[in-house]
Design a protein around this ligand. Structure first.
Ligand code: AMP
Length: 116
């Protein structure tokens, strides 16, 4: 896992050092299409201010975290998604590969429960 000093791939996307399919941006976050989609719709909601993962969030990050969920709501609404799943992977065992908090938004196919 990258150290805090290293820029994550998401920081490089946010600063336009590397290209990505950015579908929405505001002062808080970007929404990009996942490069390896796991569903017909697979977007990532990524805060511009890096928090490594949810366990590293501070109480003072509550407003930011709330805004990310509202952005997920708005993305789903604007794309007419009625069924969708939001996922946050925390730690390697949970499938985290990029140490920069992000919310996966998955939609467009039936989803099983429990998740794998
Ligand atoms: P996670 O495994 O929860 O940390 O999610 C990281 C996600 O970032 C994975 O679904 C990757 O497919 C996705 N990803 C990695 N690099 C890129 C990239 N350059 N552009 C878009 N998505 C990416």
């Amino acid at each position: 896992m990258a150290s805090v000093e290293e820029k994550t791939i998401f920081e490089k996307i946010i600063s336009r050092e590397i290209p990505a399919d950015i579908v929405f941006e505001n002062d808080v976050a970007v929404i990009i299409r996942d490069i390896n989609p796991q569903a017909p719709v697979h977007a990532l909601i990524i805060p511009k201010r890096r928090i490594d993962r949810i366990e590293a969030a501070q109480d003072g990050d509550a407003e930011l975290l709330g805004k990310l969920l509202i952005m997920a709501r708005d993305f789903a609404k604007s794309h007419n998604l009625t069924g969708f799943r939001l996922v946050v992977n925390n730690g390697r065992q949970a499938g985290e590969t990029v140490p920069h908090l992000h919310i996966h938004l998955l939609s467009g196919r039936p989803m099983a429960w429990p998740p794998g």
